[in-house]
Design a protein around this ligand. Structure first.
Ligand SMILES: *Cc1c(COP(=O)(O)O)cnc(C)c1O
Length: 383
């Protein structure tokens, strides 16, 4: 009965880049001693942008300094500013609201779909007003937002559609990649994302040539790339690092294998957790289309007890996020007074994410699943 001892399994992999250590060191040397001494926005960045455009089929890909910055640049390129409203999900990460506020506009929080845990298109539509400039749909956890509904909504109501696909790289819905559904999408490469790297970076993905040109200007102080020190717009410093561009070009070769390993682990969890639905633990919906494998998030009323049980058995889990955005001190002043977001509030109380990264071993994955199942043996069925 006693399982062999297993070291604590971290939530974030401690050695994601170990296999590529020599490549990275060589690149630091090559870029550092290169004759052109170009450390940002050089030909490696341009090649990386081209490789992602080819992979996604996007008209243009513009590299910038982070996923958050990609959102900021998209909002600025769309001309979102004071007096405008942007409808955002009530549940998700801080940049969904913070970038809108930074642009001088107002985030309007929409409740989420209780299964996908992404913004509910009907709730979003009910909040569209004359002041609405854009709708921001974000994929969270492991299920894509209902992008066909958002596209239709944006077309019908005449608003721009931003698809925050920062963490959904590799996901597809109806054969269209995450990031290709809105007027603009984005990816983040911060280490934990599906195409993470050891540093900060992101890209804007778009088929809108004018928007891409604006983003290119805005990422480098409003210069047009031809005339130096001519500033057409008030821009940002949001440039991309040449060492990271070269490293990501190298890592792109293994991306599909890593995504496949994530999918394999995710499918294993789903097979183990399917019977737990009647014991009060809800796993992500089955079905490949529109699924991606960033984290594996389950919902349970016993979230805090499950978290403690996992920790006691050497599994580090993570709660994304313990509060809805309108309940955050920073964003509460922008929320409708008296507003309620019941699905966002429920998800905040009940969500817990399990480790999901390509270099987990089969034994670790099995241990994580066993630990969750053992918890529901004790806690399930008592409701
Ligand atoms: C990670 C993330 C961001 C921010 O990306 P950074 O590169 O960390 O700035 C924005 N939106 C979503 C949905 C994310 O997951």
């Amino acid at each position: 009965m006693t399982a062999p001892p297993i070291a604590t399994i971290p939530f974030f992999s401690p050695d994601l880049f170990e296999q590529d250590r020599d490549v990275l060191l060589d690149l630091v040397h090559a870029v550092g001693t290169g004759p052109d001494q170009k450390f940002i926005l050089g030909e490696r960045t341009a090649r990386f942008e081209g490789a992602l455009a080819a992979r996604t089929g996007a008209g243009d890909v513009v590299a910038c300094s982070s996923g958050t910055s990609a959102l900021t640049l998209i909002l600025a390129a769309m001309g979102v500013g004071p007096g405008d409203e942007v409808v955002v999900p009530a549940f998700g990460c801080a940049p969904l609201a913070a970038t809108v506020i930074d642009a001088g506009a107002r985030p309007v929080f929409a409740d989420i779909d209780p299964v996908r845990l992404t913004a509910d298109p009907a709730a979003v539509e009910s909040l569209v007003t004359r002041r609405t400039k854009a709708v921001l749909a974000a994929h969270m956890f492991s299920v894509m937002a209902d992008m066909p509904a958002f596209r239709e909504l944006a077309r019908r109501r005449g608003v721009r559609l931003i698809e925050d696909s920062a963490l959904a790289q590799g996901g597809t819905l109806l054969d269209r990649p995450a990031g290709r559904w809105g007027d603009a999408g984005l990816y983040s490469f911060v280490q934990v994302k599906t195409f993470g790297m050891p540093g900060e970076g992101g890209v804007v993905v778009t088929d809108d040539g004018d928007l891409a040109a604006e983003v290119r200007m805005l990422r480098n102080h409003g210069q047009d790339g031809v005339h130096r020190f001519v500033h057409h717009r008030i821009g940002h410093n949001s440039r991309f690092d040449e060492v990271m561009a070269a490293f990501q070009l190298h890592r792109l070769h293994g991306l599909d294998d890593r995504l496949a390993r994530r999918a394999e682990i995710s499918a294993y969890y789903s097979s183990r957790f399917a019977p737990l639905a009647e014991r009060g633990l809800t796993a992500p919906p089955e079905g490949g289309d529109g699924r991606f494998h960033y984290v594996y998030t389950v919902l349970t009323d016993d979230r805090d007890a499950l978290n403690a049980h996992l920790a006691a058995h050497g599994v580090t889990a993570h709660v994304y996020y313990p509060r809805p955005l309108p309940a955050q001190p920073a964003f509460a002043p922008y929320a409708r007074s008296g507003g309620t977001w019941p699905h966002a509030e429920s998800a905040a109380r009940r969500n817990i994410s399990l480790p999901l990264y390509p270099n987990l071993t089969d034994a670790q994955v099995e241990h994580i699943a066993d630990t969750v199942c053992a918890f529901t043996d004790v806690h399930g069925g008592t409701r």
